[in-house]
Design a protein around this ligand. Sequence first.
Ligand SMILES: [Zn+2]
Length: 395
Amino acid sequence: MRAGPSQDEIRRQNLGALLRLVHLRGAMSRAELTTRLGLNRSTIGALTADLTSAGLVTERAPRETGRAGRPSLVVSPSSERAYAYAISIEVDQLRAARVGLGGVVLDRRRAARPPGRTGVAAVQPVAGFVAEMHAAATGGTRCIGSGVAVGGRVRAAEGAIELSAGAAELDAPLRAALGAALRDDRPVTVAAAADLAALAEHARGVAAGCDTVLYLHGDAGITAGVIAGGRRVTGAGGYGGEVGHMVVRPGGRRCSCGSAGCWETEIGEHALLRAAGGRGGAGRPAVLALVDAASRGDAAAQLAVRQVGDWLGFGVANLVNIFNPEMVIFGGMLREIYLAAAASVRSRLRLMVLPGWRGRLRLRTPALGDDAALIGAAELAFERLLADPLDAGAA
Ligand SMILES: [Zn+2]
């Protein structure tokens, strides 16, 4: 029979729980921490003292409350002192940020993605961003590690979208390049962009408080991040969430993956532009222009938005019947398509989602906007620290 947790294990768990709370919910009084964590006042005092001396939280007297008695000190995350690097490798751009504990973006960089047929071409530019930001960070600060969000696609020279190296293949090159940029071997964790966007929205965005969430990301392709029972569902090989390759139209158009009739051949960027009569341009600007034309009464654009909205609802209904999420979030260019085509999406859901859940599903757009995957990459880096603050935070 296993003995119960030791005093030390309990203390580490409590330190993690306290740090997680102020990291995700912001500054909080000792009194509120006492209530939320179900611990007594002297324990909260000891835990905040440990986290303060580790440089992870600060305490200050609250503003005048007007109430009698000794006021409860307010505990805040030390955003300036403890931070992570977050990197987002996207179809059309590369982004990097220095993100402080508490989710505060302290510094950021962005560039267009260099043309190239593989994701590996993006590694050196993002490592360069990290080296720049690291040189600009002031003394007395501490890097916890790096998290990287990888979108799986590459825009080839002719404008077609290809499947490229995913998160698993970029893991080793990113570790090497970031290790060199930071002159250190701080942990680097790599994951798919939609997974990390789901993580961020679940932790501190529109889905905070939801246990089961589906985040759909649209750029050149369509991917999903799934949170079920509060945990990310990523699959065995990192290929989970490739919902864009769910076949919705047997015998349909050929897809970049080699199959035919995949969902993204009906709702992706190319499908939308094709449905409106083959308009020029590519990427988010072309999608925005088309949605804008529809809102101004362009009949062909309106038809395209309705048609794509119907196919969007078709796939979402299938996913809802499989995962039974409390919320579906439409991110990337699916945000614009959903907002323009919500009526078509909803009418398809009314036909296809099982009756018991139909009226209870919530459809939303990301609270963190286009930063969702970037913030999720930082959350991934912070996970180790939050699991054991004094161990991971040491050095
Ligand atoms: Zn496909």
